[in-house]
Design a protein around this ligand. Structure first.
Ligand SMILES: NC(=O)C1=CN([C@@H]2O[C@H](COP(=O)(O)OP(=O)(O)OC[C@H]3O[C@@H](n4cnc5c(N)ncnc54)[C@H](OP(=O)(O)O)[C@@H]3O)[C@@H](O)[C@H]2O)C=CC1
Ligand SMILES: O=C(CO)COP(=O)(O)O
Length: 366
C-alpha cells in the first residue's frame, strides 16, 4: 500500500456519474465542489434539468443545495465524453444493463468505480465483477463505507473506503473525492469492502424490525454485534479479509445503517415489524433497499456452502416465508446454545495481517 500515490500525477478533472439517485448526486456534488467538470447521467429528463438549472434533486435529496456546476443529462455519450473517472451509482438490479448501455463510450484507461451495495441476483456477482466482465478497464474499484447520502450531501464529516487492487484507481478516487468533510481511506480488499456494503443491509432490516417491536439498545447491540460475526464469517469463507470488517466498510457501515432512520433498509424492517407486508413496505419506500434481495441471495448461498448464518436465515423466514418477527426472535433466543461461540481472531494472524491489509489513509493533498 506504499505505492498509493506514486502512480497518480494529477487529480482527475472530468468525472461522469451514472445514476440520478441520492448517492450518485451526493458524490457528483463533492467532485464538482473540488473543481472537476462533472456530468451526471440519469434517465429522467425533468430531474436532469432540475439538477442542471435549479441545482436541486427534489426527488432524492430534498432541501439540499447542489454544486451549481453539475451538468445532468439523459445522453450517455455526452456524459461519458472524455471522462477520466466514472462513478456508477445504479441499484444492483439494473447495474449490468446500465454498464452495457455505457460500454460504447468506456475505454481501458478510465477509472470505473462502483458505489452500489448489492449482489446480482442471477450470478451472485458483486458490482465490480460486473464492471470487469463488461468493460476493458484495468482500473476498477469500489467505494463503500458509512455514507448516508443525505448527511454526506449536507456536509456532515464522513469517511469512506475506496478498494481496488490497482493503486492508480485508489489514488484517483481519493484525489477526486477527498475534501474537508469527506475522508477517503484506501484498501486493497476489493471483495471484502464490497461484500461488507452489501451484507450490512440485511441486518439493518433486522434492527428496524426490533425497533418496531419496541426493543431497546440491548437488543440492537446484540443484533449488530452478532451480525458482524456472521457477515465476516460469510465473507471470509468466500475470500475476504477479516480485518476489513473491523473498518469503515464493515462495522462502520453496519453501525450507521442499523442506527439511523435515514437508512432505507432499516425503514423496510421497521415497516415489516409494524405488521405491514413486504410489498407494501417496498412500495411506500419508493427507493432502493438492497437488503431485501441480498437476504435471499445470502440465505441461499450460505445454505449451499454450509455457512452458519442464524440471523440472515431468520430474516429470510420473516420476509419470504411468513414467519412473524416475534416468533423469529424467540426461535433465535431458544436455539441450541452449543454453537454460541464468539468470533475470535488468532492474535498472530491479526498482528501479521494488520499492517499489510488494513485500510490506510494518506492525504492526497500532501
Ligand atoms: N443512498 C445512500 O445513502 C447510499 C446508497 N448507496 C448505494 O448506492 C446505490 C444506488 O443507490 P441510491 O443512489 O441511493 O439509489 P436511489 O434509490 O436514491 O436512486 C436510484 C437511482 O438509480 C436509477 N435507476 C434505477 N434503475 C435504473 C435503470 N434501469 N436505468 C437507469 N437508472 C436507473 C434511478 O432512476 P429513476 O429515478 O429514473 O428510477 C435513480 O436515479 C445502491 O446500491 C445503494 O446501496 C451507497 C451508499 C449510500
Ligand atoms: O449504505 C448506506 C449507508 O452507508 C445507506 O443505507 P440504505 O441503503 O439502507 O439507506
Amino acid at each position: 500500500m506504499t505505492d498509493t500515490y506514486d502512480s497518480v500525477t494529477r487529480t482527475p478533472e472530468r468525472i461522469a456519474v451514472l445514476g440520478g439517485g441520492s448517492f450518485g448526486t451526493s458524490l457528483a456534488s463533492i467532485a464538482a465542489t473540488k473543481g472537476a467538470r462533472v456530468r451526471q447521467w440519469m434517465r429522467d429528463d425533468a430531474l436532469a434539468r432540475e439538477i442542471t438549472e435549479q441545482h436541486h434533486n427534489s426527488r432524492y435529496l430534498p432541501g439540499i443545495e447542489l454544486n451549481p456546476t453539475i451538468k445532468a443529462n439523459t445522453d450517455m455519450a455526452w456524459v461519458l465524453e472524455d471522462a477520466e473517472l466514472v462513478l456508477i451509482a445504479i441499484p444492483s438490479a439494473s447495474f449490468r444493463a446500465v454498464v452495457r448501455m455505457a460500454r460504447p463510450w468506456l475505454n481501458e484507461h478510465q477509472v470505473l468505480l462502483s458505489t452500489t451495495k448489492g449482489i446480482e441476483e442471477s450470478t451472485f456477482s458483486l458490482m465490480s465483477d460486473i464492471v470487469r466482465e463488461e468493460t476493458d478497464s484495468t482500473h476498477v474499484g469500489v467505494l463503500s463505507g458509512p455514507n448516508l447520502a443525505s448527511e454526506l450531501a449536507a456536509g456532515h464529516l464522513t469517511a469512506t473506503v475506496v478498494a481496488s487492487d490497482d493503486p492508480f484507481t485508489r489514488a484517483s478516487a481519493q484525489a477526486c473525492l477527498s475534501c474537508d468533510y469527506f475522508r477517503v481511506y484506501a484498501s486493497n480488499d476489493r471483495y471484502g469492502v464490497e461484500l461488507g456494503g452489501a451484507l450490512k443491509n440485511i441486518y439493518a432490516i433486522g434492527v428496524g424490525m426490533a425497533a418496531a417491536l419496541g426493543m431497546g439498545a440491548n437488543t440492537k447491540s446484540m443484533i449488530m454485534t452478532r451480525a458482524l460475526a456472521e457477515m465476516s464469517r460469510f465473507a471470509v469463507s468466500l475470500g475476504a479479509s477479516p480485518l476489513t470488517f473491523l473498518g469503515l466498510a464493515g462495522v462502520g457501515d453496519l453501525i450507521v445503517t442499523c442506527s439511523s432512520e435515514l437508512s432505507r433498509n432499516y425503514r423496510i424492517g421497521y415497516a415489516v415489524g409494524e405488521g405491514r407486508t413486504l410489498d407494501d413496505a417496498i412500495e411506500t419506500l419508493g427507493q432502493v433497499a438492497e437488503g431485501v434481495n441480498t437476504v435471499r441471495l445470502v440465505h441461499q448461498r450460505a445454505s449451499q456452502e454450509g455457512i452458519y448464518m442464524p440471523l440472515a436465515d431468520g430474516l429470510y423466514r420473516v420476509l419470504f416465508e411468513g414467519v412473524s418477527p416475534q416468533d423469529m426472535g424467540l426461535t433465535l433466543m431458544r436455539s441450541d446454545h452449543s454453537s454460541d461461540v464468539e468470533f475470535t481472531l488468532s492474535r498472530q494472524d491479526a498482528q501479521r495481517d494488520h499492517h499489510s491489509l488494513y485500510e490506510t489513509n494518506q492525504d492526497p493533498r500532501t
